[in-house]
Write a protein that binds this ligand. Structure first.
Ligand code: SF4
Ligand code: SF4
Length: 415
């Protein structure tokens, strides 16, 4: 039992992860940081307990006979109870890293969860739906030439519609060599429309990517597939000769772009800047390349910091600058920024239908924050958070509306 898991986790145990096993002093400072634990009181949701489970399993596997070292080992057998706890500990985590902020040693649960999820996958205990979407993202690069013409036709239809509805000279360039910015969207026109309007207003020289930014292999800790999926985008950027790769309102994808691309691609990215569209749009505003109607929205609204854009990438000020430029009643959630509560829907949980109950429970601290703010609109800059917040809104009858910051920007643009 758990042979594959143990073998894989040993292979994936890097020096930082080993330090995590060794350094944790079980002070408990991370316990109440986790939204899943505060709502469940289940020890499997305690960040440090996750680590301890894996450590005990590894030490059990290492025990052969009774050596002097065995005295110091804490171990637990690979029985069914262990399997159930491991599955809960490693899959019911959104990778929000709120616990790491509270840890006096900066110990990062995300490291263990990534390795542990991949190891569970090898044992046949994975989140199949998430892994399958990840596989589709990897294989898209192999069929992109076959679907390219169809995709371009669809984009041209959308362009015509926006020319009628928004601006007759708006264009959606695609596969454009020499463009300055390569914009990599999400699946669906909702991620193209606001950016097409913003790029038009800013007179940006851009091109729409043939790919999408999401990377579900990252969620299941399958790093070689995550790199493969991201490589299509890097190759496209190099082929077109762009200066900047811009990622959409998507937390985990933005995290891969800003925090992992350097390590994954090193020299292949030389000279290519990487940026979130939230940062890019805020820079247009700051440079006067776009103008927004002051007071365009007077509904009381708040902003939810997506963990991957805020805590994990430091993007706090840019969305607030955009909101303050167009909303007259902006209210902060408390706590916010680095201490913001996770919405409870990250880490790939949204894509796995049986995780809905876990998500709704884990989202309760967020629900209480929203209620306390008195806001009628909840804005954010992550697709995943929007879906979770919509589900929470419905489930707990919050009576709010969930809005994308860049959707609002596209509505408040002065042309
Ligand atoms: S990363 Fe977030 S969900 Fe995971 S253990 Fe830490 S606080 Fe909980
Ligand atoms: S806060 Fe850090 S050191 Fe303390 S129990 Fe949690 S992981 Fe261990």
């Amino acid at each position: 039992m758990l042979t594959q898991f143990i073998e894989t986790i040993r292979e994936r145990t890097t020096q930082p992860l080993q330090l995590y096993y060794d350094i944790c002093v079980r002070c408990g400072a991370c316990i109440d940081a986790c939204h899943f634990y505060v709502e469940s009181n289940d020890p499997a949701h305690i960040p440090a307990y996750r680590m301890l489970l894996v450590k005990k399993l590894l030490q059990q596997a290492e025990r052969s006979g009774q050596s002097l070292a065995s005295w110091y080992h804490e171990s637990r057998p690979a029985d069914q109870r262990m399997v159930d706890e491991l599955k809960k500990a490693l899959w019911e985590c959104t990778g929000c890293r709120r616990c790491a902020v509270f840890c006096p040693f900066d110990l990062d649960t995300g490291l263990l969860v990534s390795a542990g999820r991949y190891a569970l996958q090898q044992e046949g205990m994975g989140l199949d739906m998430v892994a399958e979407i990840g596989n589709a993202e990897v294989s898209k690069g192999e069929i992109v030439d076959m679907i390219k013409e169809f995709y371009i036709d669809q984009v041209k239809e959308l362009e015509k519609r926006l020319q009628n509805e928004f601006a007759p000279d708006l264009h959606i360039p695609i596969d454009k060599e020499g463009a300055r910015v390569l914009y990599v969207p999400l699946v669906g026109e909702h991620a193209i429309v606001p950016m097409a309007k913003i790029f038009h207003a800013a007179q940006e020289d851009w091109s729409l990517s043939l790919f999408t930014a999401t990377n579900h292999s990252f969620f299941v800790g399958d790093i070689s597939k995550a790199i493969q999926a991201a490589r299509w985008i890097v190759e496209e950027a190099r082929r077109l000769g762009v200066k900047t790769i811009a990622y959409p309102e998507c937390g985990h994808a933005t995290r891969t772009l800003l925090q992992f691309f350097d390590k994954w691609f090193e020299q292949e990215l030389a000279g290519i800047e990487r940026i979130s569209v939230v940062q890019l749009t805020a820079s247009y505003l700051e440079q006067g390349r776009i103008r927004l109607r002051a007071g365009a929205f007077d509904t009381p609204l708040t902003y939810h910091d997506p963990c991957n854009l805020g805590r994990n990438a430091g993007i706090y000020d840019e969305p607030r600058a955009l909101l303050r430029a167009m909303a007259s009643d902006f209210r902060e959630l408390s706590p916010n920024k680095a201490l913001n509560w996770c919405c409870g829907g990250g880490g790939g949980l949204i894509a796995q239908p049986e995780m809905k109950e876990t998500r709704m429970k884990g989202g309760l601290p967020k629900v209480e924050q929203i209620r306390r703010s008195g806001a009628r609109w909840v804005t954010t800059t992550c697709e995943n958070c929007k879906t979770q917040l919509n589900d929470l809104n419905q489930h707990y009858q919050l009576g709010v509306e969930i809005k994308g910051v860049l959707d609002l920007v596209s509505e408040a643009l002065i042309l």
